[in-house]
Write a protein that binds this ligand. Structure first.
Ligand code: FES
Ligand code: FES
Length: 159
């Protein structure tokens, strides 16, 4: 067992964990953080996406010792106390059906817009290409992000 200290959604966490445990397992099984989902456990689906030191990672591929001293943020951490504007666009577009992919999609879209506030449609598709959705055909997800971009640009122009 290894003693691990890290920041989780702004709070200092201290845990003892097996070195072979993944961050996804630690979050879901030990810390009650349920937004990251286990879709494949192979790094393929993006359902387990979290931010690690500000960058999106697949938490099923990260071993717990790797997060020692790091800053981990999950969807729970970015929606306090309310939905973000981007999340509201997803809601308005009925972007998700079962919702399994939603946390990963929201984090990937958030990262995309942080890096590039005015992505083209192709850049939005590329930015979300690492997150798989088995329900929606992706259109309402992509439209929500595109609408968020268009609205932000329009608001800025009108200011
Ligand atoms: S569960 Fe991690 S990428 Fe699918
Ligand atoms: S809404 Fe079901 S997997 Fe995306």
């Amino acid at each position: 067992m290894n003693k691990i200290e890290f920041m989780l959604n702004g709070e200092k966490i201290e845990v003892w964990a097996n070195a072979h445990k993944t961050l996804l397992e630690l979050l879901r099984e030990d810390l009650g953080i349920k937004s990251p989902k286990c879709g494949c456990d192979l790094g393929d689906c993006g359902a387990c996406t979290v931010f690690l030191d500000g960058k999106s990672v697949r938490s099923c591929l990260i071993l717990v010792p790797e997060v020692n001293g790091c800053d981990v943020v999950t969807l729970e951490g970015i929606m306090r106390p309310n939905l973000t504007k981007l999340q509201q666009f997803f809601l308005d577009h009925n972007s998700f059906q079962c919702g399994f992919c939603a946390p990963g999609m929201v984090l990937s879209a958030t990262e995309l817009l942080q890096k590039n506030p005015t992505p083209t449609l192709e850049e939005i598709k590329e930015g979300l290409s690492g997150n798989l959705c088995r329900c929606t055909g992706y259109t309402p997800i992509i439209n929500a992000v595109a609408d968020a971009v268009a609205t932000t640009v329009a608001t800025t122009i009108n200011e």
